[in-house]
Design a protein around this ligand. Structure first.
Ligand code: SF4
Ligand code: SF4
Length: 447
């Protein structure tokens, strides 16, 4: 990088010089790279120790097919060399005071306990003085035993447990390889986590069926599972998700919002048959929100609602999908290959490799920064003019499967449900925010 100066000697323009490329002026896509030289850098890596390999065969899993994806990451286990390289580069790359390792899959527990003992030992070796290291393990819960739970407790792992609701809803899509039910095995894992006092939250995929039973799902997670942190994730997959990225597989003329093809189950639908219906997603959010707002504010944390409260307090969204830009959460496959996001593990979104020692560079690369900015730059006019845009930001780019009513592409498949939810929840959110501000003022007055 070099700088040209004005009369007072202050730099007015920055130029980027990369090896083997012509000098060029910096632009906004270089800003994160330049800012990282002066301030703390925070990013997140989701690591896949066994790639997409899993002991289950959930119908809706978008990751199992990565093994056979043309040009994709294939199958394999993360070597100890890749592990060490990753731990060192990640800890060195994140200059913020906390770094979070997220182990995901497939089923990450299949890599075996010794792998994680080694990971924790490496983290202790490479962590800077005062730097906090946190581990999150996202699991289907069926392989938990006493030895694992003792390890998770001792090393303060936060477990994200996948469970979709009561037995009949959970077993509809979360099944073993031969289609066998998994509910009992997951609940056995829940009881073990509780017995050992392991911190856990629940991740519930909201699909075509459980979306219509919001209170059954909420009540079950809250009371039968004892979860105090509930993450709801809408299941939305475009039809060609197992063949290639949205860029490659979306029809040239995506369906118009409200068309039959913009719903699951219709002939020619743009999504898989297990994807949640957009209006059902709105229904699910509204009903669970009412339940949460009536009894559980401040006691039970629901990702979709907490983030809305945070946004209306003037804080950043806690979820990438409701942020103006994305791109700060990359995925790392078993081989060390890096991809733009867990939902974009496709050859056309490969951004680098930890084996070449370039984790930080990949996160700050022009391709990755442009990927992040594209979230807001490609918002259709309907979103730009929407009264909920500052809450929604057009939701996740992977779900932008529709055309707006005036024919512009790039509208979220979930738009109709999101609008229903925002219109329903925002008045109550404003009351919650006012209460929080009032409590904070009273607290300050007492100090
Ligand atoms: S593509 Fe979607 S899931 Fe990935 S970082 Fe962006 S908003 Fe988040
Ligand atoms: S609610 Fe719909 S129109 Fe509004 S910002 Fe979100 S996706 Fe766009």
């Amino acid at each position: 990088m070099s700088a040209s100066g004005d009369d007072a000697g202050r730099p007015t323009q920055l130029a980027i010089q990369q090896p083997g490329r012509p000098l060029r002026l910096a632009d906004k896509y270089d800003a994160p790279l330049l800012a990282a030289r002066h301030g703390p850098l925070q990013f997140h890596v989701m690591a896949k120790p066994v790639g997409s390999v899993c002991n289950l065969g959930c119908t809706y899993c978008f990751y199992l097919s990565k093994e056979t994806l043309p040009g994709g990451p294939g199958a394999g286990r993360m070597s100890e060399e890749v592990l060490e390289s990753f731990v060192r580069q990640y800890i060195e790359g994140v200059s913020a005071p906390e770094v979070t390792f997220t182990w995901q899959g497939g089923e990450p527990m299949l890599r075996g306990l010794e792998f994680y003992r080694k990971a924790v030992a490496l983290q202790k070796r490479y962590a800077r003085p005062g730097q906090a290291v946190q581990n999150d393990l996202q699991t289907n819960g069926t392989l938990l035993d006493e030895e694992w739970c003792a390890f998770l407790k001792e090393n303060r792992f936060l477990v994200g447990l996948s469970i979709d609701g009561p037995r009949e809803l959970h077993d509809r899509y979360r099944v073993g390889k031969g289609g066998r039910p998994t509910f009992d095995a997951v609940m056995k894992g829940v009881r073990l986590l509780q017995r050992f006092g392991v911190r856990f939250n629940t991740l519930t995929c909201v699909h075509r069926l459980n979306a219509r039973k919001p209170i059954d799902v909420y009540r079950f997670l809250r009371h039968d599972v004892g979860s105090t942190t509930l993450q709801f994730t809408p299941v939305v997959e475009h039809r060609g998700f197992d063949r290639g990225s949205l860029r490659a597989e979306l029809p040239a003329e995506p369906p118009l919002v409200g068309a039959p093809e913009a719903r699951p189950g219709s002939p020619g639908s743009v999504v898989t048959e297990w994807s949640v219906d957009p209006d059902d997603w709105g229904y699910f959010l509204c009903r669970t929100f009412d339940r949460w707002a009536a009894r559980d504010v401040g006691r039970i944390f629901v990702n979709q609602f907490e983030t809305l409260v945070a946004q209306h307090l003037g804080l950043p969204s806690q979820m990438c999908v409701y942020s103006e830009t994305c791109g700060k959460a990359v995925a790392m496959e078993h081989s060390g290959a890096l991809f733009a996001c867990d939902h974009f593990v496709y050859p056309d979104h490969h951004i680098g490799d930890v084996r070449s020692g370039r984790l930080r560079n990949a996160v700050l690369s022009r391709a990755q920064v442009m990927f992040g900015f594209a979230k807001s730059e490609r918002l259709p006019r309907a979103c730009r003019g929407c009264s909920f845009v500052a809450d929604c930001w057009g939701e996740c780019p992977k779900n932008r499967l529709l055309r707006t009513a005036d024919g512009e592409p790039g509208l979220s498949y979930l738009c109709s449900g999101l609008k229903t939810f925002y219109a329903h929840a925002l008045p109550r959110i404003e009351t919650i925010v006012a209460d929080l501000r009032g409590s904070a003022r009273r607290e300050e007055g007492r100090m």
